[in-house]
Design a protein around this ligand. Structure first.
Ligand code: FDA
Length: 461
């Protein structure tokens, strides 16, 4: 085997404090919180390594569409909500790039998605620059996590498949932040002409030089509306058929009171609420995030549609109250049977490609846990994972190993315990602080530690 990549433990016997699985915004936030912890508490610096499947840092690259903006204020970046004085805030990035005044004049709290991606890349480079306590290995995938042999389960072994073969990392804690998995209707698989919107820019890039005549887009959420807009604008001779069950796109609730559902304090409220109240909250406020569209985008699509009707040339078509009854890739086309939910009538659309903008689901965090670990994670009466306020899984003793004292933390699949911001960016900074606080303390810490109080004053400073 080749020499260890920079930052990898020189000896396979070295035990790290943290291995992070995935290096998207959630674990990037943890990396920043770790470096800041190490800078302020030099008595016992924590040593961490993150493993990322992608060859370089990337955040939803297939959807970095021109003119799309963030749906979260830049103040909910990787650090500000935990520590506005951090070197890793969006404002610090703007200052570093020489654009602070220009951004102020831009006059909005919502940067473009492309600019925010540039910020995340900047932060990912800055957090590891010259650091040997926090390192990242790109182009590598974690394939299994098991109790380390002979460690009485106080240490976990993380099996990493990299370009130069398999490595085994030993660690006292693992933070799983594997992100979202594209969701497709049952029986539908992606192919040359059947796409999930996750790959939109890559797939449309492959069409360069061709002259597509028709697209179909399935779904009525933000990504679906963005996909319709993008295809309609990028291919000026193509028809774009939007297929969805709703009567029309529904607006996202971005109003001030509703937005409080994404506050750090809302996580405490949600976590301690009775189960029935949790369900109620998720139901009341689903329209802040799920199957809804930014009102400006709805307006712009409607106007475009209306102007086409006035001009008598309709490229933008809405197949509302409809479903896709069948989809067949014939090689040079894709045939889509669209069925009206009103009268059951069917029409076949022959398209160059169909884009399923049918959402995502949180990646199963237990997929990687082997050797009895997955089965030992405690579940509630409804079969859902029991997760501590500090995002730590509760692991019972697997018969094979005895008590597992190593920490297994999850970011993402915690909506049932921590609420609607679990898969979003809103709480990345505060959540990262809470996880690092728990790791540094060697286990669960009081819920309030490591995060700002309700009035914004940090409880740790
Ligand atoms: P994310 O998916 O970003 O990263 C997970 C990483 O883990 C990936 O890089 C993946 O390669 C890696 N990985 C997975 N398994 C691995 C393994 N076994 N080994 C190694 N690496 C592995 N939210 C919001 O609040 N405001 C917004 O404006 C938006 N905008 C937005 C736009 C689009 C197009 C999408 C699809 C989503 C959003 N979101 C959002 C929500 C989005 O989920 C959120 O912004 C973050 O991506 C969550 O960050 P994570 O790091 O948890 O997952």
């Amino acid at each position: 085997m080749a020499a260890p990549a920079p930052g990898y433990p020189a000896s396979p016997a070295e035990v790290l404090d943290v291995v992070g699985v995935g290096f998207g915004p959630s674990n990037l936030g943890v990396a920043i919180a770790l470096r800041e912890h190490n800078a302020t508490d030099r008595r016992r610096p924590l040593r961490a390594h993150f493993v990322e499947r992608q060859a370089t840092f990337g955040w939803h690259r297939g959807m970095l569409l021109e003119d799309t903006t963030m749906q979260v204020s830049h103040l909910k970046d990787l650090a500000t909500m935990r520590d506005p004085g951090s070197r890793f805030t969006f404002l610090s990035y703007l200052h570093d790039r020489g654009r602070l005044a220009d951004f102020i004049n831009y006059g909005s709290s919502f940067p473009s998605r492309r600019e925010f991606h540039d910020y995340l890349e900047w932060a990912a480079a800055r957090v590891t620059a010259g650091a040997d306590d926090v390192t990242v290995g790109y182009g590598s995938e974690v394939v299994e996590i098991v109790p380390a042999p002979g460690s009485a389960a106080s240490v976990l072994e993380v099996v990493v498949q990299g370009p130069d073969g398999v490595r085994r990392l030993r660690t006292r804690n693992v933070v799983l932040a594997c992100g979202l998995t594209p969701a497709l209707p049952e029986g539908v698989g992606t192919g040359r002409r059947i796409w999930h919107n996750r790959d939109l820019l890559f797939r449309t890039g492959e069409l360069a030089g061709t002259d597509p005549a028709r697209f179909a887009v399935v779904g009525a959420g933000q990504s679906a509306a963005e996909t319709v807009e993008h295809l309609h604008r990028t291919f000026p001779d193509a028809e774009v058929h939007a297929v969805f069950a709703r009567y029309g796109y529904s607006p996202a609730d971005d109003s001030s009171f509703a937005n409080r559902i994404f506050d750090p304090a809302a996580v405490d409220d949600f976590y301690t609420a009775p189960d029935a109240v949790k369900q109620q909250i998720l139901g009341y406020h689903a329209n802040t995030n799920y199957s809804v569209v930014d009102p400006d985008l709805i307006e712009s699509l409607y106007r475009r549609h209306y102007h086409e009707r006035v001009a008598g040339v309709e490229r933008l078509r809405f197949r509302n109250v409809s479903r896709v009854a069948d989809v067949v890739d014939t090689g040079d086309r894709v045939e889509l049977a669209v069925e009206s939910l009103i009268d059951g009538s069917r029409e076949v659309i022959s398209a160059d490609a169909v884009v399923y903008a049918t959402g995502y689901r949180a990646t199963d965090p237990l997929r990687l846990l082997g050797a009895g670990l997955a089965g030992s994670c405690r579940r509630d009466a409804s079969g859902r994972l029991v997760i501590g306020r500090d995002y730590r899984l509760t692991v019972e003793d697997p018969a094979s190993t005895g008590p597992v004292t190593a920490g297994l933390y999850v970011q993402g699949p915690t909506e049932h315990t921590h609420g609607i911001s679990s898969t979003l960016l809103s709480n990345v900074a505060v959540r990262a602080g809470e996880i690092v606080g728990s790791i540094a303390a060697g286990g669960p810490v009081p819920a309030a530690a490591g995060r700002p109080a309700r009035d914004g004053a940090s409880l740790t400073r």
